[in-house]
Design a protein around this ligand. Structure first.
Ligand code: NAP
Length: 317
């Protein structure tokens, strides 16, 4: 198909783990054009996407430049929207998500796919504090009010958290793996770098079937204890679970978090929420992503694929 005949999809946050996965899957399918939005067109990730055939468009870093945001979405058929990590007390995530969605609608985009999460405040009747979940749910509520077809994907906990944010400590010949979840608690996990793309590609391949849907993306349901065991089996290294799901445990392994007590509250609130209420609402179809992407990586396959041996990894742009 000539390029001009292919639907154009805007990927906001295209250099993010989720965004680069989406841009890559859409381009590799050969059925879509991709416009990749970034605040830094000169980054290595933006360069990679450009070489794959994406159009790179620079968006302003600060709020209040609505016209430029609208232009970034102009003449697109669809858009994938994600919001970056935002630590409390900042509440910028909600405003950013709404700003992206409003600009896309004003530009006439036909179908929005937003990466959301559950409303923790509502599900826990206000008992648990995890604004980076709740704010995404509120952005989704805002999108539901807009005159645009929309679909939501809901990513599980990222495998990459253990490599990027909660990296192990080496103690002699043992890899100590601090987890923000209890050792025996099975939770949904996923590789955002390889699983987000296939899910979003499926939606844009058959958009009418997914209007209004909220779709969990799951690679594995596994406990930290099982993750440590698999790590040992795959790498041949001695490894032990360490508790980073109590305030003391978290601050023992990640003392730098102590500088932001609200962020500590949020991490603990998120973990308590997942344990007490379940990461996903119980009526979600947690098998959908496996059906449309049977090759989605389990934790063990992720370890084999990445050759990760416990070092800290940066996934920055
Ligand atoms: N970690 C988990 O377990 C987990 C699970 C489910 C959902 N999530 C959610 O996933 C999101 C993070 O996704 P990710 O890890 O794929 O992202 P990421 O790799 O951390 O990348 C964030 C991207 O967002 C863009 N960005 C940063 N600040 C921005 C701003 N102010 N305005 C516009 N763009 C900005 C950056 O792109 P440029 O610099 O190129 O502009 C950057 O590449 C968070 O909202 C998090 O809550 C995380």
């Amino acid at each position: 198909m000539a390029d001009e005949g292919k639907p154009l999809i805007v990927v906001a946050g295209a250099t993010s783990k989720q965004g680069r996965s989406v841009a890559t899957s859409l381009l590799e399918s050969g059925r879509f054009r991709v416009r990749a939005l970034t605040r830094a067109a000169g980054s290595a990730q933006a360069g990679k996407l450009a070489r794959m055939g994406a159009q790179i468009v620079t968006v302003p870093p600060e709020p209040g430049r609505h016209g430029e945001f609208v232009e970034a979405f102009r003449s697109a058929d669809g858009a994938f929207l994600m919001t970056p990590p935002v630590a409390p007390p900042s509440t910028a995530e909600f405003a950013l998500g709404c700003r992206l969605a409003d600009a896309a609608v004003e530009a006439g985009v036909g179908h929005l796919v937003f990466s959301t999460l559950e409303n923790v405040r509502e599900r826990s009747s206000g008992a648990k504090y995890a604004p980076h979940f709740t704010d995404k749910a509120l952005i989704a509520d805002h999108i539901r009010t807009l005159p645009v077809a929309h679909t939501f994907v809901m990513l599980s906990f990222f495998y990459t958290n253990a490599l990027e944010y909660y990296a192990p400590r080496i103690d002699g010949d043992t890899v100590l793996m601090p987890f923000y979840l209890p050792e025996d608690f099975r939770a949904p996990f996923v590789d955002p770098l390889t699983a987000t793309g296939p899910a979003v590609l499926e939606v844009f391949s058959d958009p009418a079937s997914y209007v209004g849907a909220s779709l969990p993306v799951v690679g594995d349901t596994v406990s930290p204890g099982e993750m440590v065991e698999a790590f040992s089996r795959v790498t041949g290294l001695k490894a032990e679970y360490r508790d980073a799901c109590s305030r003391n445990g978290l601050l023992t392994y990640f003392p730098e978090l102590g500088e932001n007590p609200l962020l500590v509250d949020e991490i603990l609130g998120m973990a308590e929420y997942a344990v007490e209420f379940g990461y996903f609402r119980h009526d979600r179809d947690t098998e959908w992503s496996r059906r449309i992407d049977p090759d989605a990586l389990s934790w063990e396959q992720f370890l084999r694929r990445t050759d990760w041996r416990g070092e800290r990894v940066s996934f920055g742009r």
